[in-house]
Design a protein around this ligand. Structure first.
Ligand SMILES: *Cc1c(COP(=O)(O)O)cnc(C)c1O
Ligand SMILES: *[C@@H]1O[C@H](CO)[C@@H](O)[C@H](O)[C@H]1NC(C)=O
Ligand SMILES: *[C@@H]1O[C@H](CO)[C@@H](O)[C@H](O)[C@H]1NC(C)=O
Length: 567
């Protein structure tokens, strides 16, 4: 290095030092700039978040949100204080023990099979055991005592479905060449449901294992679409608070933030201006129900469709419950509202063939306006060592038997069968609704929630404890649904219930009078006096309703799920 070697050593050193310090300054400067940029980005991000929070919920709404979450947090801390915690845990364990005694048969007479029999049972033994299991003491859905759950239950249909199962027990649509009939039936089921919901040219769909999977798939597809087409990495969706909880499940599974919109009295439909305000660049999906599960109310789908169309956002309509009733309301002679693909903003619809489609349990469909939405729910793995792999939904192997059962149910009923069923079921709902609205024994204390048009009628009370009514109905053998926020209960009318509607109304009259009498006594004894012991529903929801932090309810529900797996 002749150039540099000629410089005097001292000079060389200072020069080197200066160069190093300049480099140091440059590095420091760069880090500074970088730090500033990161800080500004950080600031922008939070300003943006704050802006959309304020736009979406307003100042009072935001303050309320902060208040509620602080209260929830502090109450959670309180519940974990040493003394409180032991007391709460003891209460929970006692409740769960009672539950276990109710659900899990025990005692010397009970045979439990918890390891494989070393020698297989004879066919006769299996058959006898199955008969005993089927005959275990239960709430009588067969006689119409159960809300929802079994939607048809007729012997003739049951025989046909069982026959269809038998023919296709070994089949699996993952092998379309091995089971071509199953592939054909599955495609036809989706096509029939698409036609029922007025799908446009290019409409398509997939069949799934139930309403929950259909909803999960709609959310997944919307999330993937927004990620691919708009680079949304922090997805959000906007739900009516009455939307089925499967959407909250999708939020948890797929990390989609959820905004709940109030559905206030008197209509109990989703509040559209709140939906509009909550829309921001992270929004991936709007949701409406036709009808919703709690109150059987159809949201203003036309209004949602206008918003979705204007903002170019996907809109999912949950017709899981409405299934084969809501598309046939007019044909059955009842009032209806637009809710399907005829509204141009509607991009996907979930319809449960296993509810009012009367298919065997484990069957539903998810419909899309076009392949532009459906393609985003597919899972395709091109380079797996097991071969190129693709599947439409969550499951890999699937039961072809269920597809056959579903197809058989649809073609057996036909349009006329479903119109007839719609007539009976909606007629049954209207009979119960009419009784609550018009019978003086009922309408002084019970109020119908909103204006139900389909199969569910919900009611609440401003004067009596509605959970007391639910519990007293349960003592009479009825299995109806308790609701919360606001406290209410509902009846989802099915064909077995139609036949039992008169008895149900008579029992409701009797029970309401009984609870009214109890309330009168309580007032006579002085306001503060507690009535007789509360039933299960009243105990659970009465307490839960007033808790700022529901971790106790979470523990109870977890315990319930654990109990289901006690052999
Ligand atoms: C039943 C129901 C669902 C979910 O269906 P599953 O088949 O139970 O998973 C979704 N939405 C509504 C309105 C429902 O009533
Ligand atoms: C209850 O509060 C705790 C924190 O104190 C929190 O972690 C928890 O998620 C809350 N649970 C519910 C169900 O609100
Ligand atoms: C029926 O049920 C199975 C399993 O639950 C599901 O995989 C299949 O796609 C469903 N088919 C139809 C036609 O609904």
């Amino acid at each position: 290095m002749p150039g540099s070697s000629r410089l005097p050593v001292s000079l060389r050193e200072t020069w080197g030092a200066r160069k190093a310090s300049a480099r140091g300054q440059l590095v420091a400067l760069n880090i500074d700039v970088l730090r500033n940029i990161i800080f500004i980005l950080f600031l922008l991000r939070w300003t943006r978040k704050l802006f959309y929070q304020l736009k979406g919920r307003g100042i009072t709404g935001s303050v309320a949100d902060v208040y509620i979450s602080t209260r929830r947090y502090l109450y959670g801390v309180f519940l974990r204080l040493p003394g409180v915690r032991t007391k709460v845990q003891t209460e929970i364990s006692e409740t769960l023990l009672r539950l276990e005694q109710k659900l899990v048969p025990s005692g010397p007479g009970v045979v439990r099979t918890v390891t494989l029999p070393s020698q297989g049972w004879s066919e006769e033994e299996v058959r006898k055991a199955l008969n005993d299991l089927g005959g275990m003491e239960h709430t009588r859905w067969e006689d119409g005592w159960v809300s929802g759950a079994v939607y048809h239950g007729g012997d003739e249909l049951l025989r046909l479905q069982t026959e269809a199962f038998g023919k296709f027990t070994v089949s699996n649509p993952i092998h379309p060449d091995v089971f071509p009939g199953v592939r054909k039936m599955e495609a036809e089921v989706v096509a029939m449901v698409l036609a029922l919901f007025n799908a446009p040219e290019g409409g398509c769909g997939v069949s799934t294992s139930g309403g929950t999977e259909s909803i999960l798939m709609a959310c997944l597809s919307a999330r993937n679409k927004a990620y691919q087409e708009r680079s949304v990495t922090e997805p959000e969706m906007i739900l009516p608070e009455t939307a089925h909880t499967a959407f909250r499940k999708a939020g948890e599974y797929f990390k989609i933030k959820i905004h709940l919109v109030a559905c206030k009295a008197p209509s109990y439909r989703v509040h559209l201006p709140s939906v509009s305000r909550l829309i921001n660049p992270n929004t991936i999906l709007l949701v409406g129900s036709a009808p919703n599960f709690p109150h059987g109310i159809i949201d203003d789908i036309s209004g949602l469709s206008r918003i979705a169309h204007k903002k170019k956002l996907p809109l999912h309509v949950d017709c899981c419950l409405g299934s084969f009733l809501v598309p046939l309301l007019s044909k059955a002679g009842y009032e209806s509202e637009p809710f399907d693909f005829k509204l141009k903003g509607v991009t996907s619809i979930s319809c449960d063939t296993h509810k009012y489609g009367f298919a065997p349990k484990g069957n539903s469909t998810i419909l899309y306006r076009s392949d532009d939405f459906r393609k985003y729910q597919y899972f395709i793995s091109p380079d797996w060592s097991g071969g190129v792999y693709g599947s439409p939904g969550i499951a890999g192997s699937r039961p072809g038997a269920l597809i056959a059962g579903c197809w058989a149910s649809l073609v057996k009923q036909g349009e006329s069968g479903y119109i007839d069923a719609c007539h009976k079921i909606v007629g049954g709902m209207k009979k119960i609704e009419g009784a609550i609205r018009e019978k003086p024994e009922l309408n002084t204390d019970l109020k119908v929630v909103g204006k139900p048009l389909v199969s569910v009628v919900a009611f609440l009370s401003n004067t009596l404890d509605i959970y007391d009514i639910a519990d007293t109905m349960a003592h009479k053998g009825w299995h109806l649904n308790a609701l919360q926020n606001p406290p209410a209960m509902h009846i989802a009318v099915t064909l077995p219930i139609v036949a039992a509607a008169d008895r149900l109304i008579a029992d409701l009259v009797e029970v309401t009078e009984e609870v009214r009498e109890k309330e009168r006594k309580r007032i006579a004894q002085g306001k503060g006096a507690k009535g007789s012991a509360k039933g299960d529903t009243a105990a659970l929801y009465g307490v839960a309703g007033s808790l700022p932090n529901k971790s106790v309810v979470v523990d109870l529900a977890k315990g319930f799920l654990d109990t289901l797996y006690k052999a």
